[in-house]
Ligand binder design. Structure first.
Ligand code: NAP
Length: 425
């Protein structure tokens, strides 16, 4: 048996050996339950497709509580080095204390490896219980900027000397009068750059063109945060017009030649783009978007947005198509080839060790990873087997409570049911 080889990234492309070594973090809380279930599915599907000619060689790396207990370090340097060396990895959820203590390990991983795109596909699987009438209309690809915005972690706690110095600078030197209660305010800083915006929007547009999707929508709150979120929109449009001039038609271009306003202009611009065989680039304000994913989801395809908006949007969309129990994600730097695939939910600590929660998010994140490596047949087999299992109404507690006459399975039993489909369908 081969001990495996590293994946390489040469001339903008991955070279994937037949026995690639893939590092994984098992995760905290419910992480071990869902990882142990998911890895059996990955191995079974690779075996079914390649019959031993290809196989993933898993390499555990430490992070989170397990890392702290074993090494005294929440995110050992060796873990980062291993992800850097192997290019592609996968992780379970990791604990982050709220309002105190260490910063998020997930955010640290994204920033250390400069994984600037958080890619989250949102699609409906037949049979999944949904709170809306037509969940099948949702088919979106979220490109969330992953390294900037309020998530950069530049925050100052009220009372600390640095915070008071900063407030003093803002009030005395900059003449800021808008801090309503300066004596007790904490401060957060929201960096949004041209480079950060452009590299994210560029990938969203490339993706839409490659997959022949109808639109890219820039989602922002630029009416209020004009220089950060508003600039994200402007820089996004400018990049689209500059780098993809012959392939896209932007709503911004259309706004300059029409007197029509609002949604109607967007619809008209869409028609012009279709008539010219071009990809439409449009924008929408984040709060309106959160309404429209309920009222007219079919209008949206690829979404490019800032970090915090992307976080809210992903969870809202995940809820429409069945909840965060089956919401996959990937953190990617398309330029260096580094990518870490992960469930979008957290550690759900109250269910830890109960063999209870839905492993769907990690299973689908793994399927995304297999697609990213070009093992598309394996990914398709996983999608089909997961869907067939749910269609048979064999589900974990989160779906069971929303379905009539469903069969309640534990995490491990749900994996067994999927593997059964992988082997026999
Ligand atoms: P959470 O762990 O995502 O759990 C919130 C709720 O989501 C759960 O109570 C459960 O809802 C549902 N849920 C989560 N995972 C599920 C699964 N696999 N199957 C079915 N339902 C699932 O959010 P949290 O409680 O706010 O956060 C807990 C910890 O996770 C925090 O330390 C947080 O920082 C961390 N976190 C990590 C990541 C990450 O690693 N990427 C992401 C988010 C949060 P019901 O109880 O209603 O069934």
């Amino acid at each position: 048996m081969s001990s495996g080889e590293k994946i390489k990234f040469l001339n903008g492309k991955h070279e994937v050996p037949d026995f690639p070594v893939i590092p994984y973090i098992i995760g905290d809380g419910t992480g071990p339950d869902i990882w142990n279930a998911s890895v059996r599915i990955f191995d079974a599907s690779v075996e079914k497709v390649f019959r031993g000619k290809k196989k993933i060689i898993w390499k555990e790396v430490l992070a989170g509580e397990k890392a702290f207990n074993l090494t005294g370090n929440w995110l050992p340097k060796e873990t980062l080095d291993t992800f850097r060396d192997h290019f592609v990895g996968i992780k379970g959820p990791l604990t982050t204390p709220v309002g105190e203590g260490m910063r998020s390990l997930n955010v640290a991983l994204r920033q250390e490896l400069d994984l600037y795109t958080c890619y989250r596909p949102v699609r409906y699987f037949e049979g999944v219980p949904s709170p809306v009438k037509k969940p099948g209309l949702v088919n979106m690809h979220i490109f969330r900027e992953n390294t900037e915005d309020i998530y950069a972690g530049i925050e100052y706690m009220h009372g600390n000397p640095d915070t008071e110095k900063l407030k003093d600078f803002l009030i005395r030197e900059m003449g800021i009068k808008k801090i309503r209660f300066p004596g007790t305010s904490s401060i957060g800083i929201k960096p949004v750059s041209v480079e950060g915006t452009e590299r994210l929007v560029r990938q969203a547009i490339k993706f839409a063109l490659e997959k022949r999707l109808p639109s890219v929508t820039l989602v922002h709150k630029g009416n209020i945060m004009k220089f950060t979120e508003g600039s994200f929109m402007k820089w996004g449009y400018a990049l689209a017009e500059r780098e993809f001039a012959d392939k896209v038609f932007t709503w911004d271009q259309y706004k300059k030649i029409t007197s029509t306003q609002g949604e109607k202009a967007a619809d008209e611009a869409q028609s012009v783009a279709v008539s010219q065989g071009k990809l439409i680039i449009k924008d929408v304000i984040a709060d309106a978007f959160l309404q429209q994913i309920l009222t007219r989801p079919a209008d949206y395809s690829v979404i490019a947005t800032l970090n915090l908006n992307g976080d809210y949007i992903s969870d809202a969309l995940a809820a429409i198509v069945g909840g965060i129990g089956i919401a996959p994600g990937a953190n990617i730097n398309f330029d260096t080839g580094h990518a870490i695939f992960e469930a979008t939910h957290g550690t759900a600590p109250r269910y830890a060790g109960q063999d209870k929660v839905n492993p769907g998010s990690v299973i689908l994140s793994g399927a995304l990873m297999l697609e990213y490596l070009g093992w598309n047949e394996v990914a398709s087999l996983i999608y089909k087997s997961l869907e067939n299992t749910i269609l048979k109404k064999k589900v974990t507690y989160d779906f069971h409570r929303l379905m009539d006459n469903a069969i309640l399975l534990k995490t491990s039993e749900f994996a067994d049911a999927i593997i059964n489909h992988i082997q026999t369908d």
